[in-house]
Ligand binder design. Structure first.
Ligand code: DGL
Length: 258
């Protein structure tokens, strides 16, 4: 048993798609969630900048004596995970490695599409990681820089969202699977499925939750344990979108992360 909390962070509301899946599978865990809304979006920032922000976020979460840190952000995973793993002793996981292992173990795919932020696609982290473990596989990458800002705005099911998704996926050949390589993108899952038929959609939050189910030293069922959600700026639509994702009212705390 390990009753220490799990720490996780994203640039904004996207990481809640991972949070939601973890809560579903591991309801006894206490989670400290940090949304770095002051610095959103991460997808258009330089690698050096992402590394600095990731370090700050990790140092904030370490104050809660967390047993594990989840980088619930594709951009920070792709550009900073390797660096921060060398610096901190706390176990840190990102969204890429467990997803690649899942693809390797579970499915015989030949053509895989990746959609993610510009920073993630530029880093080529998904393709490198997949090709290192799986042979004879074709990867089709597409950066979708508008989707995370639209998700933060709550524009995930309106006419603009429909046209944007259609435009982003129009050049994909017939895919066996499409990886939602940014944690904001599960918010568009319905529209994506309408535009890419007969393709398995990979939601990294679900995979991270299953990974933890197998590998995490669990917490006991402690009464009155509630999660804590911190934001670096509150002048945003976080609560409205969070309510849509989680179907519950949450309380947020404003923090300064140094
Ligand atoms: N949710 C993030 C990701 O998975 C970040 C999006 C952004 O801040 O641009 O990449």
């Amino acid at each position: 048993m390990d009753n220490r909390p799990i720490g996780m962070f994203d640039s904004g509301v996207g990481g809640l798609t991972v949070y939601k899946e973890i809560k579903r599978k591991l309801p006894n865990e206490k989670i400290i969630y940090l949304g770095d809304t002051k610095e959103f979006p991460y997808g258009s920032k330089s690698k050096q900048n992402i590394i600095e922000l990731t370090k700050k976020n990790i140092e904030f979460l370490l104050k809660f004596n967390v047993k594990l840190i989840i980088i619930a952000c594709g951009t920070a995973t792709s550009q900073a995970l390797d660096v921060v793993k060398e610096i901190y002793r706390v176990p840190i996981i990102g969204i890429i490695e467990p997803t690649v292992d899942y693809i390797k173990e579970n499915i015989d795919y030949k053509n895989i599409g990746i959609i993610a932020t510009r920073g993630t696609i530029k880093s080529n982290a998904w393709e490198k990681s997949i090709k290192k473990k799986i042979k004879n596989i074709k990867i089709y990458n597409k950066e979708c820089p508008l989707l995370a800002p639209m998700a933060e705005e709550g524009w995930t099911d309106n006419e603009i969202a429909k046209l944007t998704i259609k435009e982003y996926v129009k050049d994909f050949p017939k895919l066996d699977a499409l990886v939602l390589g940014c944690t904001h993108y599960p918010l568009f899952e319905k529209l994506i499925k309408e535009n890419i038929k007969d393709t398995y959609i990979i939601n990294t939050g679900k995979i991270i939750a299953s990974y933890l189910e197998k590998n995490l030293e669990r917490a006991e069922n402690i009464k009155n344990k509630s999660d804590e959600i911190y934001l670096t700026d509150t002048e945003c639509n976080f609560l409205v979108v969070a309510d849509k994702i989680l179907n519950e009212n949450i309380k947020i705390n404003k923090v300064e992360v140094k």
